[in-house]
Design a protein. Structure first.
Length: 67
């Protein structure tokens, strides 16, 4: 699904970037040029970032219990 219409950036590109360690709005702006035109994609990108960070926190918690 296209998230940033201005630059034709898809959600899978954003998720791939986050999986590689690009996990802040500023870093995504620099890497994918999102939110730099009209800004309509910013709420959706924030949602994706929140989901990513929540998943990371869950993973860390699970690993802490496994050790």
């Amino acid at each position: 699904m296209i998230v940033c219409i201005c630059n034709n950036v898809k959600d899978r590109q954003i998720k791939a970037a986050m999986a590689s360690g690009i996990d802040s709005m500023k870093a995504l702006q620099n890497a994918l040029d999102v939110t730099n035109c009209c800004g309509c994609c910013e709420p959706m990108i924030n949602d994706l970032l929140e989901e990513h960070h929540a998943n990371q926190s869950d993973l860390v918690s699970q690993l802490a219990y496994a050790v």
